[in-house]
Design a protein around this ligand. Structure first.
Ligand code: NAP
Length: 242
């Protein structure tokens, strides 16, 4: 049995991923409640902005299952936000921190909880965090989002080294999902062109059907996570699996 700890299960790519992992027990970790609970084995509610609560309760989430050595455990960090979409010159500390808590601190606390719970576990154990092309290329107005995803990439690179050094036998990688037709794209299209000069390009993606369906990206994510040699690469790109 696969036990899949999954964030963002209530909508967007996370919801599609919950449906794609049909052979798995999904342990859902969301801020909002999940409407479609068909495939959900256990459900936890948590606001990733509340880092104190996360530090306190993360171990409870990972202790909620008791896999045996024939089982597999996965952590899929999917939840994320793009805001604030603003030029660097207009950013406040509060809005920067709000993003970094959700995009960087929360997935890292979940990784920490997963590693501490399962480092001695003898079955297969894998971590994937959803990143973005924005981690690799600067986009005006997205300094916080770009840097949050670049931070996630580096945290994974460091984690890989630590897992080897500590003999944890945990495989991990980041996943580039491309542009997906989800609520995040709606937020992007509602941006102020003064802060986000690429606005028209993203509106055109929608108008010309360039956005991928969340179900197709989730199917690619499933393929990646279940690859025989998963973890041999530091990152996987949706375009190679869709
Ligand atoms: N869509 C794209 O084109 C695109 C491109 C590249 C990368 N990505 C990445 O793909 C991942 C999934 O994005 P998506 O497109 O599915 O976005 P989405 O439809 O906007 O969904 C975002 C998810 O993150 C959750 N979330 C936001 N703030 C939270 C908080 N404070 N605590 C807990 N959960 C919170 C949301 O929950 P609520 O419903 O409670 O807000 C929701 O489940 C993200 O990591 C994103 O950066 C997306």
């Amino acid at each position: 049995m696969k036990y899949v700890f999954l964030t963002g299960t209530n909508r967007g790519l996370g919801e599609a991923a919950a449906k794609a992992f049909t052979d798995s027990r999904i342990i859902s970790i969301t801020r909002s409640s999940v409407e479609n609970t068909d495939n959900i084995y256990k459900s936890f509610t948590m606001d990733f902005s509340d880092t104190d609560a996360m530090e306190q309760f993360v171990s409870e989430i990972f202790n909620s299952v008791d896999p045996d050595e024939n089982d597999e455990v996965y952590l899929l960090n999917v939840a994320g936000i793009v805001d604030p979409v603003k030029a660097v010159s207009n950013l406040s500390a509060e809005e920067m921190l709000a993003n970094y808590k959700v995009n960087v601190v929360a997935p890292t606390l979940l990784i920490q909880g997963f590693v501490n719970r399962f480092k001695e576990f003898g079955g297969e154990k894998r971590i994937v965090t959803v990143t973005s092309g924005a981690a690799r290329g600067p986009i005006e107005g997205w300094s916080v989002y770009c840097s949050s995803k670049a931070a996630v990439n580096m945290i994974h690179s460091v984690l890989d080294k630590e897992n080897i050094h500590q003999g944890n036998n945990i495989k991990s990688a980041v996943f580039y999902p491309g542009v997906i037709d989800t609520g995040m794209q709606e937020v992007i299209r509602a941006s102020d062109i003064e802060e986000f000069p690429n606005l028209d390009r993203f509106k055109e993606y929608k108008e010309t059907n360039k956005l991928a369906k969340a179900e197709d990206v989730a199917a690619a994510l499933y393929k990646v996570v279940t690859l025989e040699d998963f973890g041999s690469e530091e990152s996987y790109d949706v375009k190679d699996y869709i």
